[in-house]
Design a protein around this ligand. Sequence first.
Ligand code: COA
Length: 376
Amino acid sequence: MAHELIPGLEGIPIAESQVSFVDGQRGRLEYRGISVEDLAENSTFEETAFLLMYGHLPSQSEFDEFNNDFTQVFRLKYQVVDLIKCLPETGHPMDALQAAIAAIGMFYQPRSNLTEAQRRQACLRIIAKTPCVVAAFERLRHGEDWPVPLKHLGLAANFLYMMKHQEPDPLDARILDVCLILHADHTMNASTFAGRVVGSTLADPYCVASSALGALSGPLHGGANEDAMALFETIGTPENARPYIEDMIKNKKKIPGFGHRVYKTIDPRAKILKKHAEALANKSGNPIYQIAVEAEKVVSEHYAEKGIWPNVDFFSGIVYSELGIPRDCFTPVFAIARVAGWLAHLLEQLQDNRIFRPTQKYTGPHDQPYVAVNER
Ligand code: COA
């Protein structure tokens, strides 16, 4: 049977899912039916990860046990730290993260025929260790020691602690926690799809996470927040924002951090991040937030009618750099959050699994002769 080819599978459902939902017209994102606004206001990343993976908010005892399990598994083995030390310090942190997560899987048995409990334990281990790997690479590449995570801190606070070897301001930790909640899942994007494809072969959760990390590392997926930050820095002052952006628009250049395949109104995550970017920039006196606001105003005057609005990446870079996170770690921070979503999708995929095996439209020749090498 011939099928129409849809490039990028745009608009083609590839699975039934109950993990997250986006309404691009209303600007609504829900995890398991709960709005991200509600979760950002009231939840923590750990609780959100539980919600994504188990399908419901935890009871107090379930949550205590989940948090306790986290602290049991978040330390990296010495061999993993040694492995990270051997990676080139000039390499990208996303590559280090992908290599380390793939390698971590080698330390834990079994890797096949996992029971549901073993699979969930592996998922928890990956979520808990991902921030440790990012922080370890960041510190080791600068010749600094990697501090082990502290049991009394949550995942976001621990990440900031490990990055600077200093306990963070609780407000900074809470803002990062909110960022992680906002990035934890986003329906069937490229990395989630990649993870589900790999999971459908019954590969283990470490392989699933490392494949999804590879997909996220591409510039068409993670990374527009780095471009948005570079734009604000090039603009330099709030007064320069209008002429600079108007010139970009005149020359039909794309504005990083604007536009979305699904959202035709403001991305709900951008609204929340804007508020935190403002609070952090006010505290530090960094003018970059004002530059972003002026730029947003000008772009919106031209493009709002066309449905082009700020997306999650317009303000997230400001938040991350105000929290002292280096620019090449922006996408790894995205990954720290998104592993929860990838692994929730893996668990869902395996509830009613069928290996992905799409077809293709062959456009090459047939019946070609084999020509011996000396006759070519
Ligand atoms: N700045 C200026 N114009 C934009 C724009 C932007 N950031 N995003 C989209 N547009 C315009 C396109 O030029 C196109 O105009 P046209 O119809 O006159 O040709 C129209 O809006 C549709 O854009 P298109 O790129 O086809 O939409 P898409 O759904 O395929 O792409 C993105 C979505 C996110 C890839 C796109 O908006 C983009 O490149 N944004 C900038 C990068 C970014 O912020 N990425 C992070 C996404 S979370």
